[in-house]
Write a protein that binds this ligand. Structure first.
Ligand SMILES: [Ca+2]
Ligand SMILES: [Ca+2]
Ligand SMILES: [Ca+2]
Ligand SMILES: [Ca+2]
Length: 361
């Protein structure tokens, strides 16, 4: 563009020179005037185009500095506003579970297993059952509410042989007491202090945990179990919903704390504790709907058709206990309730009303 402009300018100067008085030219005067006018127009046009071209943004000159100063994508930072306090000394609800440490040398569970009723006692590896995981063996679990938090403490038989609590520990809630779990919290390898790291909360949004018959085994599973990962280690608009830690007072106790608002401040519900390392797939809950008994295997040597453990292994759970109401024992998945047989009345002092007690399972 510049070269063309300069060439036209040189031509114009030449024509002007030729038109000057005293200079000889072969072209007639009127022809020179016409040429001069055309050249003037062309020079003006070329000059405008050159100016426009120079005014255009130069891609290479402008984009490179923008790229150089672009802000790199940042990693989202989880900001915590509240942390759970100290769990209460007294728990309002509790449940016991079988301790299989004594039968582990025989590669067997110490009871506490009823596959058909979604009750498992399987703190062993599959098939060989020659590894017993004391940190997966629940022996006690307790729950309390306070200060807007719900606290659950899971007591296991012991820490793992290699040291520490290395499984996934959690609690399942059935809020409407229909036998179908509604919320599941599982904490992976909790730390020494309260942390949301490894803590996940799932919800069953379409009420299909339990398949056609809640609690009871009725494979094959037709639904999607726990289908929504509601809280993933703090990645939530509320980063403080659920936490876990190893108890500062006992290395084989796991403590979980979550905001009561997670379960809509419900004050009448069922809950049970879990350890789940082998399968650890909330979408497969209930496991006795996802697996047949033959597929899952059994930790009970007496069940020769099913023993040993197969697809369902390294898992333990408890029966479900109530909060906010007294169990009758008729609730699906509930812990057994033993009511003592009333003693026949005598003539002496009046017999007090029998008090329901929760039996060991
Ligand atoms: Ca147990
Ligand atoms: Ca339910
Ligand atoms: Ca079922
Ligand atoms: Ca579901």
């Amino acid at each position: 563009m510049k070269i063309k402009f300069l060439a036209l300018l040189a031509l114009l100067l030449l024509v002007l020179a030729c038109s000057l008085p005293g200079m000889t030219t072969s072209a007639p005067p009127d022809a020179s005037a016409t040429q001069l006018r055309e050249l003037e127009i062309q020079v003006a046009l070329a000059g405008t185009q050159t100016a426009l071209a120079l005014a255009q943004p130069q891609p290479n000159a402008t984009l490179i500095p923008e790229q150089a100063t672009a802000i790199p994508p940042s990693t989202p930072t989880i900001v915590h506003l509240t942390t759970p306090g100290e769990p209460p000394a007294f728990y309002e609800s509790w449940v016991t579970d079988r301790d299989s440490s004594s039968t582990a040398p025989q590669r067997a569970a110490n009871g506490g297993e009823n596959f058909d009723q979604n009750l498992y006692e399987r703190p062993f590896n599959a098939t060989a059952m020659d590894i017993y995981y004391p940190d997966l063996d629940i022996v006690y679990a307790r729950l309390d509410r306070g200060g807007g938090w719900v606290y659950v403490e899971i007591e296991t038989s012991n820490v793992r042989q290699s040291g520490g609590m290395l499984g996934n520990y959690g609690v399942e809630f059935d809020l409407d007491v229909d036998g179908r779990g509604d919320w599941l919290i599982l904490a992976s390898q909790p730390k020494a202090t309260w942390s949301t790291e490894g803590v996940r909360v799932w919800q069953d949004t379409n009420n299909d945990v339990g398949n056609d018959f809640p609690v009871s085994s009725d494979p094959p599973q037709k639904g999607n179990g726990y289908d929504q990962l509601f809280f993933d280690q703090g990645n939530n608009p509320d980063a403080d919903i659920a936490w876990a830690r190893v108890s500062p007072s006992n290395p084989n106790y796991i403590q979980i704390a979550f905001k009561h608002s997670l379960i809509a401040n419900d004050n009448a519900f069922m809950w049970g504790a879990w350890t789940d390392q082998g399968v650890f797939k909330p979408a497969f809950y209930d496991y006795n709907d996802h697996f047949t008994h033959a597929e899952a295997g059994s930790p009970l040597p007496g069940l020769t058709n099913y023993y040993p453990l197969k697809a369902l292994f390294e898992v333990d759970n408890t029966c479900r206990m109530s909060v906010g109401f007294a169990l009758t024992g008729e609730e699906p998945g509930s812990c057994p309730v033993f009511v003592p047989t009333p003693v026949p009345p005598t003539h002496e002092p009046p017999t007090p009303e029998p008090t329901p007690t929760i039996g060991l399972y």
